[in-house]
Design a binder for this molecule. Sequence first.
Ligand SMILES: NC(=O)c1ccc[n+]([C@@H]2O[C@H](COP(=O)([O-])OP(=O)(O)OC[C@H]3O[C@@H](n4cnc5c(N)ncnc54)[C@H](OP(=O)(O)O)[C@@H]3O)[C@@H](O)[C@H]2O)c1
Length: 306
Amino acid sequence: MSVLLICTGRDPQVWVNAIREQQPNVKLYVYPEAHDPKEITYAVTWRHPKRVFNKYPNLKVIASIGAGVDHIICDPEIPKSALVTRVIDEQLTKDMSTFVLALVLDKIRNISLHHSEKKWGPKPYQTVEEENIGIMGLGVLGKSAALNLSKNGFKVSGWSKTKKHIDGVSTYHGERDLNDFLKNTSILICLLPLTLETECILNKELFEKLPKGAYLINVARGEHLVEHDLLEMLDKNHLSGASLDVFRIEPLPQEHPFWKHPNIQITPHIASITDPKNAVNQLLDNYNRMLANKPLNNIVELKKGY
Ligand SMILES: NC(=O)c1ccc[n+]([C@@H]2O[C@H](COP(=O)([O-])OP(=O)(O)OC[C@H]3O[C@@H](n4cnc5c(N)ncnc54)[C@H](OP(=O)(O)O)[C@@H]3O)[C@@H](O)[C@H]2O)c1
């Protein structure tokens, strides 16, 4: 009955410290340190090496340390008997909605543009009331971002798979509504999970349905975006710019054309990062629930893919 921590591309030590501080008696191994695979029943993971879980015959739970689980589900060989859970955290959710609001305000008031153009003088700008913000994905993060933007005076609409009712937000759902959702959207924000259906959804065909001059914010996953379609739409001035926090390859390679594009703003996947001190309680609560044969929280429906 031990926990295995696999943390690729993030510092595992902060998680080790948080787990040990909260529950010092947990037997914890950090992959790839030596351990007996038969002992492991609970894995806490971020971007595990594919197929690694095949080696763990008694694994019951694979817990993502983030809100997304695409890094788990993309493994074709995750054991069928294991439950997959994710983090739903108030601070993570707040961080995403303030980050998105900051990007929108930066865009409409030309804040970064003034600096990059190095020209002294006012520029025409859109007021809050003039923008139509469209959010793809109205889950935990998308809904919170939508409410925060609406609270700040923006006209907000959102698109999801199933119908939603959110005060102050116009909602659309399904393929059938997508064109109507896009046609008035001046700032498009992607907060979809990465699934087979949503991979490459930010493509030329979709961009062409946005009004000329629309702006893209992608804070979901790099694989949602067809990169050369974005470059083409920017170069044709159909899109006015993009703020990207997530990329197909992270860290974004130095030679990538996005770094040099004057209308692309880049941040290094920092929109909202799980704070181990906040999330460790729910990870350990689920661990203790597993030990006590109680139902777990924040289980992901593998069939749905998110
Ligand atoms: N950049 C960062 O720092 C960062 C941090 C955390 C998370 N993220 C990303 O943000 C994503 C969203 O997180 P979340 O917690 O809000 O996810 P969530 O609660 O699972 O919500 C997903 C939303 O997307 C909708 N959706 C899924 N597939 C769809 C489809 N084919 N067509 C239309 N709508 C679809 C869902 O619709 P229904 O409600 O109808 O099912 C739901 O509203 C994560 O998966 C992760 O990739 C990024």
